[in-house]
Design a protein around this ligand. Structure first.
Ligand code: NAG
Ligand code: NAG
Ligand code: NAG
Length: 662
């Protein structure tokens, strides 16, 4: 059991990491770096590692581990990275302390110190070979304890800050016959660094240049050192920066990284511009007369009152524990301006959880959808926010990216990436303006399956979606399906009164055992996914109103067609004749299989993927002792449960908020 677990973990790590051996950030606006300490992404997408405080540390790491070692012989693969940085001190001749590009087995340094320790080590572990840390430092302070050569150098560090090799900052100028030119690291001017490791020659090259100079042919610093004993199989890459007695802004403007092969170039024109220091203006108050002083006093009081009113308007709740979520927290004021004051004009939809507005974040021009969720329960909020933030780290091409949140009194605001083509149900129901053809639908189905598989099995923890349905599937600009709204119903669970089970979900997609126990599971997600499959192929809702009193239960209808041997009859008439009958049949049968009233009889999402890819054949439905009773059991019982125990179970019908408004 244990071995199996270890194996699975290993498999997972390699799986996740192997997808991730290169990345490029031209500015960090929509990046998902792990930040801690003072590190923050500020306006325009600038990564600011340290602010103007003294004795502070900032870390920014790529969130996923990178596989560095070759499976063949365990040696470290070649890799290269480039980044643009700027260090600006308040003083022209002094700065503190520097930036290190780090490769490390972990992306957290719990006991690390600021100042000369550069946020990587403390006095007990510095120099210890069990650190497995590699770094390239851009150091602006000469520390004699670490034998620093001067107060403006580039050094290669291995487990220690006594550099393995170091040289004064500069570059070999190709325009001037390769003459060495000095550079001042803390000049405030942006400069570019290239770090390259050649696996065969075990050679490390570090090159530096001003931002407007192409990469010099001769590196500034070159060293031969086999990194294989130092690196672990997987390592994190990122930056660490500190200030000491003197504070400096340590900024990174762009970063690109790649294992094996040439790193992708940064696009200099796309990098953020550097915000200016606010220049202190000299007060002229002493040179003006008393009346003017009085006048300005009145003016200031007015300003104060206005400021107070404005504060009130933009007030939000920020508790101590939320500081750790720094980058995921949006300012209410910014969201207010982004949505032009939450005007009706920008309303995208209304549903059970609240309203959704379209917005554009002014500093970055990023289009977002802002969901305002009302909440009364204070209890559970902390847990929920931590979950939201952890969910915000989910990244998959078939999930709507959650960018962050903001909290006010009685209100939670969730910020998602905006999906230009709205929700899928707009293309299926109510005489849609655009009908999707079969290949589009099949691609959407596979996309949603892949997103749900990721939530259930591929991420570090199991995420139950709880509300899968066509109106929660958003379409991006290329009509890729992206599952939205995951985990939101948890808000109600966390704060729920234990005596009453509030089942959040949507009638028609709710598995019978989910209504009965109030507990959402992977099985109940698969059940909802089954209803979704039928919805997409048939173009009808799971429970379709026809006339005033009558409804068609979609799963019954498909089941009847299957029993007659004419399952294709159930498909959407809008599909016309342009479809692949094998695929339509496969999806309809899979929909029936997922709708089984017995949770354990439903396939897992892994199997669903295999069926859809035709890696394994679908089991013969007639052998599964499927009966109409077995299938519709769920719906019938659901009605009974609702009637008998109304006081204990309330079924809330929620609708997608991101949907284009129904
Ligand atoms: C890195 O490798 C060393 C030696 O193989 C091991 O002791 C250490 O636990 C590893 N670190 C991590 C974080 O995996
Ligand atoms: C290096 O670190 C290891 C593990 O933390 C520790 O056992 C060892 O004593 C350290 N070595 C030195 C020389 O401090
Ligand atoms: C460049 O820097 C080196 C080392 O700091 C120094 O010795 C040299 O004088 C500097 N050259 C110029 C032209 O400033």
């Amino acid at each position: 059991m244990f071995l199996k677990l270890v194996f699975m973990l290993f498999f997972l790590v390699t799986l996740v990491a192997s997808k991730d051996n290169s990345f490029t950030y031209n500015g960090f606006q929509s990046s998902d770096l792990d930040l801690d300490g003072t590190a923050d992404v500020i306006e325009d997408g600038l990564l600011r590692l340290t602010n103007d405080n003294t004795q502070v540390t900032g870390h920014a790491f790529y969130p996923n581990p990178i596989v560095f070692k070759k499976t063949s012989d365990g040696s470290v693969s070649s890799f290269s990275t480039t980044f643009v940085f700027a260090i600006r001190s308040q003083y022209p001749t002094l700065s503190g302390h520097g930036i290190v590009f780090v490769v490390s087995p972990t992306n957290w340094f719990p006991n690390s110190l600021p100042s000369q320790y550069l946020g990587l080590f403390d006095s007990s572990n510095i120099g210890n070979s069990s650190n497995h840390v590699f770094g390239v430092e851009l150091d602006t302070v000469q520390d004699f304890g670490f034998d620093d050569i001067n107060n403006n150098h580039v050094g290669i560090d291995i487990n220690d800050l006594k550099s393995y090799n170091a040289t004064p900052a500069g570059y070999y100028d190709d325009e001037n016959n390769g003459q060495l030119k000095n550079l001042t690291l803390f000049s405030g001017n942006p400069m570019q660094v290239w770090i390259e490791y050649d696996s065969e020659k075990t050679k490390i090259d570090v090159t530096l240049a001003p931002i407007n100079v192409v990469k010099p042919t001769r590196p500034l610093l070159s060293t031969t050192k086999d990194l294989s004993p130092i690196f672990n199989n997987t390592m994190y890459v990122g930056f660490s920066s500190t200030t000491g007695l003197i504070s400096s802004y340590h900024d990174v403007l762009g970063w690109s990284f790649k294992v094996d092969g040439q790193v992708q170039n940064l696009i200099i024109s796309k990098l953020p511009t550097l915000a200016r220091f606010s220049e202190k203006k000299e007060s002229k108050i002493l040179t003006v007369g008393l009346p003017l002083i009085l006048l300005s006093l009145v003016f200031m009081i007015t300003l104060g009152v206005m400021y107070y009113i404005k504060r009130k308007k933009f007030s939000e709740i920020l508790e101590d524990w939320e500081h750790e979520y720094g980058p995921h927290r949006f300012k209410f004021k910014d969201l207010y301006f982004a949505t032009k004051g939450f005007k009706e004009k920008g309303l995208l939809g209304v549903g059970g959880f609240g309203r959704v507005y379209k917005g554009v974040i002014p500093s970055s021009k990023l289009e977002v959808a802002v969901k305002r969720v009302s909440h009364e329960s204070k209890q559970g909020m902390r847990e929920f926010v931590s979950e939201i933030v952890s969910i915000g780290r989910l990244r998959h091409r078939n999930l709507v990216p959650l960018l962050g949140y903001c909290r006010r009194k009685d209100e939670l605001l969730l910020v998602y990436e905006y999906m230009p083509n709205g929700s899928l149900d707009n293309y299926l129901h109510k005489q849609p303006k655009v009908t999707l053809n079969w290949s589009q639908r099949f691609r959407i189905i596979k996309g949603v399956a892949s997103g749900l598989f990721y939530l259930h099995e591929e991420w570090e923890q199991v995420v139950i979606h709880r509300d899968i349905k066509a109106s929660n599937v958003m379409l991006d600009s290329e009509f890729n399906a992206r599952l939205g709204d995951f985990g939101l119903s948890r808000l109600y669970d966390h704060g729920a009164d234990p005596d009453t089970t509030h089942v959040a979900g949507t009638v028609g997609y709710l598995a019978p055992e989910h209504t009965r126990t109030g507990k959402a599971t992977k099985f109940s997600d698969v059940y909802a996914f089954g209803a979704f499959l039928l919805e997409v192929v048939c173009g009808r809702r799971p429970i379709d109103r026809v006339g005033k009193y009558e409804s068609v239960i979609l799963v019954d209808l498909v089941f009847e067609c299957w029993k007659r041997g004419e399952i294709l009859e159930a498909k959407d008439v809008n599909l016309g004749s342009d479809y692949v009958s094998d695929e339509v049949e496969l999806v309809l049968k899979l929909g029936l299989l997922c709708s089984h009233s017995e949770p354990l009889a439903r396939p897992s999402m892994r199997q669903v993927m295999q069926y859809l890819e035709r890696d394994i054949p679908l089991p013969d439905l007639s052998l599964l002792s499927l009966s109409s009773f077995g299938l519709t059991f769920g719906y019938q019982e659901q009605e009974v449960v609702k009637d008998k125990t109304m006081s204990h179970i309330s079924v809330s019908v929620t609708e997608s908020l991101l949907s284009g408004g129904r």
